[in-house]
Design a protein around this ligand. Structure first.
Ligand code: BES
Ligand code: ZN
Ligand code: ZN
Length: 501
């Protein structure tokens, strides 16, 4: 799909060319200069007269009225030049491709040289473009009888880039594209309703992924969980007619199975809250409570394609959280996979129960480092809003690695503390070692603290994506619904960990 050239082909017809603008007073260069010549100096005039917006993410379309072999010019506003960054360029590309999709332009050129900046490497610009194309044009098909997704497929994208290595540029583009596609896969899983994506369906999805990419797969059934004593996931599943699954995917990128990174994802396919029932408005959208699982599966797809020299194990405990005569109840005491007992104070704090068993299972399978990803608490939304993922850890150095990866991926995370007072509250119970819901004061932290009791000495980072996994409104890099947040952070972590000394 990508074709990289040093200059525009004079003998070719284009639907459109995209050109970045920040400073309309600068002398014209490159493609812009030759277009200006072809159009009798009219580009210069347009820029001078303020007809082209430099505002961030603003697209100005100009028709060339048959005067050149390029039908339309799409000027892409990049905002203030000194503020241009990897993430702002990625967003601008997103706005561009949303417009191109809406206007059905399929044969296009992008003058990448105009996006080039002193503080931005060519490869970063190419990666940003590669990510933006699939993510900005993503739509969830849904189930309307009349398809509401416009047909759009790009025929060819010609990239104009002088003064850089075209092979390197192409591979950065392709890597970005893989990141974007994997993000979209996570989005689709999040957007699927609970009746269309049960734990069994999720296990089937993982099976297909394993077959496609030759990953090692293990699916634990209810009987396996009973045999092993996975009291956490079994308790949450008790009220369901759907069998639980624990999905394990292994990617071995090293000769030997050491330095293993585990990604553990919360796979609650629907969360009613159980007997601590959610209020009716709070229950809508709880199909997205497998967002952590979707993130981990998305990341595994990209990792399997990019093949970093890393050993990764993905673990997804999956079930729905339902109400029935068999369901677990407040006051119940359960025994977890690691032998610790938990007093249930709130059946709606179910995510930590399934994840705790997932974390223990990861450790039993040689995990040296753990990242868990979960739509775990409403509290993290109150604390950090919908654009920042909450993070907690038991290990500074491992947290630093995850933070660096998130910065490189352009996904914000922010750390919340865990201290002895929180630990005391989680350990407070008359009848068990732990309780699953010490209170609403700082409850995002209680959830993380609880998981820390299972990670114990193994370096671990907890990422609470309750606020970031979905969005209510459209944005430059995607529509409303599942966002695929943190897929790119996990893939970046897998790509860079251990290589940056
Ligand atoms: N799945 C929810 C968390 C959630 C809330 C995700 C909003 C996405 C959006 C989780 O299982 C839950 O219910 N948490 C409770 C914890 C409480 C019982 C301590 C919550 O956040 O209220
Ligand atoms: Zn819940
Ligand atoms: Zn939940």
């Amino acid at each position: 799909m990508f074709n990289i050239e040093a200059n525009l082909q004079a003998d070719k017809q284009y639907d459109a060319i995209a050109i970045a603008v920040f400073d309309t007073t600068k002398p014209l260069q490159g493609t812009l200069l030759s277009l200006n010549d072809m159009l009798n100096g009219q580009i210069e005039a347009l820029l001078k007269d303020g007809d082209v917006s430099t505002k961030k993410n603003k697209i100005t379309k100009i028709h060339t009225l048959g005067h050149t072999h390029i039908k339309r010019l799409y000027f892409v506003g990049l905002g203030k030049q000194e503020k241009v960054s990897f993430t702002s360029v990625r967003e601008a590309f997103g706005s561009l491709f949303k417009t191109l999709k809406a206007e059905k332009r399929t044969n296009i050129a992008i003058d990448l040289s105009t996006f080039s900046q002193d503080n931005l490497e060519w490869n970063d610009i190419a990666h940003a473009l590669g990510e933006a194309i699939p993510t900005a044009t993503y739509e969830f098909e849904g189930y309307k009888r009349k398809a509401n997704v416009p047909d759009f497929s790009l025929e060819s994208i010609e990239i104009i880039a002088a003064e850089c290595d075209h092979e390197e540029l192409k591979s950065a583009l392709e890597v970005g594209y893989v990141y974007g596609k994997a993000t979209n896969s996570a989005r689709t899983l999040i957007n699927l309703p609970g009746n269309m994506l049960t734990a069994t369906d999720l296990a089937e999805y993982a099976t297909t992924l394993a077959d496609t990419y030759e990953l090692e797969l293990e699916i634990l059934e209810k009987e396996d969980m009973q045999r092993l004593g996975m009291g956490g996931i079994l308790a949450v599943n008790q009220g369901s007619v759907e069998p639980p699954k624990l999905i394990v995917l292994k990617y071995q990128g090293k000769e030997t199975w050491d330095d293993v990174i585990a990604f553990v994802g919360k796979g609650i396919t629907f969360d009613t809250g159980g007997y601590s029932l959610k209020p009716r408005e709070g229950m809508v959208d709880m199909k997205t409570d497998m967002g952590g699982a979707a993130t981990v599966l998305g990341a595994m797809e990209a990792i399997a394609e990019l093949k970093p020299e890393q050993n990764i194990i993905a673990i997804i405990p999956s079930t729905d959280n339902m109400v029935s005569g068999n369901a677990f109840k407040p006051d119940d005491v359960i025994t977890m996979l690691n032998g610790k007992t938990v007093e249930i104070l709130n059946t709606d704090a179910e995510g930590r129960l399934v994840l705790a068993d997932g974390i223990t299972y990861a450790k039993q399978h040689g995990a040296n480092y753990i990242v868990d990803v979960a739509t775990l608490t409403g509290g993290v939304i109150v604390a950090l809003g919908n654009d920042i993922t909450g993070a907690m850890t038991n290990n500074e150095a491992w947290y630093e690695e995850v933070l660096e990866a998130s910065l490189e991926a352009g996904e914000d995370i922010w750390r919340l503390p865990i201290n002895d007072k929180f630990k005391d509250r989680v350990r407070k119970s008359k009848v068990a070692d732990l309780n699953n819901s010490p209170g609403r004061d700082g409850h995002a932290i209680f959830a993380g603290t609880f998981l820390g009791e299972f990670a114990e000495e193994t370096p671990w980072v907890h990422l609470d994506i309750a606020g970031t996994a979905t969005t209510k409104s459209e944005y430059p890099l995607g529509p409303s619904g599942g966002t695929g947040a943190i897929v790119r952070t996990l893939v970046t972590l897998a790509e860079r960990f251990g290589n940056n000394e």
